[in-house]
Unconditional design. Structure first.
Length: 159
């Protein structure tokens, strides 16, 4: 099945902890239901590498693991327990959120084209530029709504 990624917006880490308690640890996007929060089903798009690459393209900088600046905020004890297998929630940095939110609409097609050709997406049959454009629009929209509402972007991750 692979790793699942749900991206969503929330005001702070405490709100995320309450959401995780209310959902039994997630997921935020549920099959055949509407999302629990304003969320994007990330499918195979991890925050650090795959999302990080499109953010680095948008910023015009080389990719590095620090582009997204994500940090673990949930679950209790996950950091200390090397056997823990999830789920986890990380928060993306404000500069990463703002980089996504600042992408002009007219740049989206070119960025999606570039993004669709990264090595990490090469094994996905649906990583065509048109599909990645749709995905990028979802992430940019989520980032814009998060910034407008003074919220952060979080990513729920589960093996």
């Amino acid at each position: 099945m692979g790793v699942l990624y749900d991206y969503f917006r929330a005001v702070d880490d405490e709100a995320v902890a309450k959401l995780m308690a209310a959902t039994g640890g997630g997921p935020v996007v549920r099959a055949e239901d509407s999302p629990v929060e304003d969320a994007v089903d990330g499918k195979g798009i991890d925050p650090t590498v795959v999302l990080g690459k499109v953010v680095s393209f948008a910023l015009g900088v080389p990719w590095s693991a620090d582009v997204i600046g994500d940090r673990l905020i949930w679950s209790q004890g996950a950091r200390e327990n090397l056997e823990y297998e999830g789920p986890w929630v990380v928060v993306l940095s404000e500069p990463a959120r703002d980089a996504l939110a600042d992408i002009p609409d007219d740049r989206l097609p070119d960025l999606a084209e570039q993004w669709s050709h990264i090595e990490e997406l090469s094994h996905y049959s649906d990583a065509e530029p048109e599909v990645m454009l749709s995905r990028l629009r979802e992430f940019v929209g989520l980032a814009r709504r998060a910034r407008t509402n003074a919220e952060h972007i979080y990513c729920w991750i589960c093996l």
